[in-house]
Structure formats: C-alpha cells, structure tokens
Ligand binder design. Structure first.
Ligand code: SAH
Length: 342
C-alpha cells in the first residue's frame, strides 16, 4: 500500500501498532497531505528510525514528472506522471479568476468505451488508489508553487468504476489535516453508472456531480457511449433527482457538441426538457478532436444557436472555455502520444 492512501485514523492505528505515540499520525499526515512532501527524507521532525520503519512497510508513492506541456495560449499545463509500477497518468493544471483548478485522472485507461475519448482506446489498465489521486494535486501544487483550490475528477477513467477509492479520496482531500479543500470546490464527473450515483447520494457529500450526457435519446447516446446500453436516460434522470433530493446540490450535465451528430436545435430543446425539472446546469463542450476518430466540433454558429435555445428555455448554460488545445489537453491524449513513441 502507498503511504498517501492511509487516512489519518488508519495512520494512527499503524503507528500505535509500531509502538509509536498517536500524535505522530498528525505530524506525518501533515507532511504528506498539507506540505505535499515528496519523500521520507523531508519529514525532519520524525526520527530516522521511524521513517525507516515506515519505508519498510509502505511505498511512499511519489510520482516522477515524465513530461510537462504548458499552453502558450492560456498557461494551462498538462502533466504526465510516472507511477511506481511504471504506469503513466495525466493531470491538468488550469488558472481561473476564481483560483487554480486541477483536473485529475481516476484510473489508468478506462473501460467505458466512449467513442470520442482517447482515454479508453486501449481499455482499463487499473484503478488509482486514493493516494495516487491525491498525489496528482500534491505534485502539481509542489511543482507550480501555487495553491490549488478547485479539483475536478474529469481526467482519464470513470470515477464511479473506482467507487470506494473515490469516496476515500473525497474524505482525505477535504480533511482539515490535509489540503482542506471545500467539498463544494470538488466536481466528480461520471458517464452515468446509476447504482453508484445513488450510493454516492447516500454519502450526502456537498460535491458537484457532473453527468456526461452528450445525447438526448437512448438511441443516439448508444452510438456515442456504450454505457447507454446498460442504463437509459430515464434511469439516469431518476438517479439525478435522487441525488438532488439527498444532497440539495444541483447537477451539471456535460454535453460535448459533435458536428452533425448531436448539435441540432431540436436536441437543444430535448436537452432543456431533461435539465429543467432538475434545475441542472449545462456545460457545453465543443468536442476536442482526437486523431484516432473523425468527430469534429460543432461550428461556432451552431454552438451559439444551441446555447441560445437552452437559455430561451430558462436553462443555466455555460460553454466550456477551451483550454490547452495546443498541449493535447483532452482526456488521454498525451499518455497515448508518449506510449506510442519509440
Ligand atoms: N468518465 C467520466 C470522467 C472523464 S471524462 C465521465 O465520463 O464523465 C470528462 C468529460 O470529458 C466527459 O464528459 C467526457 O465525455 C468528456 N470528453 C472526453 N473526451 C472528450 C473529447 N475528446 N472532447 C470533448 N469531451 C470529451
């Protein structure tokens, strides 16, 4: 197990079983989760002996930066990290007016098979541990020297397919002994695993849940997202209203606009009928073309008409500002590129 995946309670139990005082847990936890330490060597108020004992039992779990690309357009940075077992994952650092945001991966690869997404092309390798999800934020905060205030789980992988680890991650990210990020500043995005959405609702977190909808009928959705064969839009909407009732948090629908596929005004109207009763917020994303597929983003004029139709129907809508297009910004692009290099 990696040391960064231990909750403060688990760390306390480990230390006590090693014959240490419980207060050491807080010190070590702070090194890991507040000061974003990168190795046992940095824990200067912990005895060499204890550091050695810990290192015999736990991998530290720090990453190396395999590659970092910074956008010349907007300063967005894409990081490719190397994990202890040789796998690689991507994370993105974005600067906004309201603070710095990091987009993290939840799995190495993905098994959901969405047609426009690069992360899923070679399937799922494995899920990330809570420490590996946190680690992406810590490494970026360390490397940039800037505080991260918002986190979105919208990188590679399906977070609801890594449920227990995501739940633990949420607890640790928002723990006052760690980065202490507010639950309201965390967004988790899912392609719509209905049973897990309900389970997450039962946790009553104050996070934002984003649903990748991308279509307004089951037929169309099945063309884009294999998960639509498993769950209908109706089932997703029911789970969303359960989520809203349980948590009081408005859902976000993500809708990637693909030219000629899902960007008609008729679809905008259908989408407003889905979003309206839930008071859902809609985030339109012009699809980011990947070289393995021939999806093209909708034209600006189409996007504007789509947005207009939603607004006229009283729907709260934003167009996702494109960031990092020049740095393989979309899910899974950089990892694929590097894996294909000789
Ligand atoms: N598996 C989760 C989270 C990862 S993807 C989910 O499905 O929500 C984050 C968002 O980016 C999803 O809405 C996904 O459908 C979308 N996405 C992936 N690749 C994209 C691309 N090339 N262009 C536009 N949106 C994309």
């Amino acid at each position: 197990m990696d040391l960064r995946s231990l909750s403060i309670e688990e760390l306390k139990n480990e230390l006590v079983s090693m014959g240490e005082k419980p207060f050491r847990a807080k010190q070590i936890y702070e090194w890991l989760h507040k000061k974003c330490a990168h190795s046992y060597d940095e824990m200067t108020n912990i005895s060499l002996d204890l550091r050695k004992k810990l290192s015999e039992k736990f991998e530290f779990g720090a990453f190396e930066i395999v590659r970092m690309q910074e956008s010349k357009i907007d300063g967005t940075r894409k990081y490719l990290f190397g994990l202890g077992d040789g796998n690689m994952i991507e994370s993105v650092f974005m600067r906004y007016h309201h603070g710095n945001s990091v987009c993290i991966s939840s799995q190495v690869g993905c098994r959901m098979g969405c047609k426009f997404c690069a992360s899923t092309i070679d399937g799922l390798v494995r899920s990330l541990t809570p420490g590996e999800m946190l680690g992406q934020i810590y490494e970026i905060q360390r490397h940039t020297g800037e505080r991260v205030s918002n986190v979105v789980v919208m990188g590679s992988g399906e977070p609801m397919d890594n449920f227990d680890n995501i739940v633990k991650f949420i607890g640790m990210l928002t723990d006052e002994n760690g980065l202490n990020i507010s639950q309201r500043n965390l967004t988790v995005s899912t392609c719509g695993l209905v049973d897990r959405i309900r389970e997450l609702a039962d946790k009553e977190f104050q996070i934002t849940l984003a649903i990748s909808l991308h279509a307004t009928t089951d037929e169309k959705r099945r063309e884009l997202m294999p998960i639509a064969n498993r769950y209908s839009i109706k089932e997703i909407m029911d789970a969303c209203s359960y989520y809203f009732d349980k948590t009081g948090r408005r859902i976000t629908f993500e809708y990637s606009l693909v030219s000629g596929v899902n960007d008609s005004e008729e679809e905008a109207l259908k989408l407003s009928k889905l979003a309206g009763p839930l008071h859902a917020h809609i985030n339109l994303i012009p699809v980011n073309p990947i070289k393995e597929r021939d999806f093209e983003p909708s034209k600006d004029r189409k996007i504007a008409a789509f947005q207009n139709k939603l607004e006229k129907n009283g729907i709260n809508v934003t167009i996702r500002r494109e960031m990092g297009r020049d740095i393989d910004g979309a899910c899974g692009q950089l990892r694929r590129k590097v894996l294909q290099e000789p």
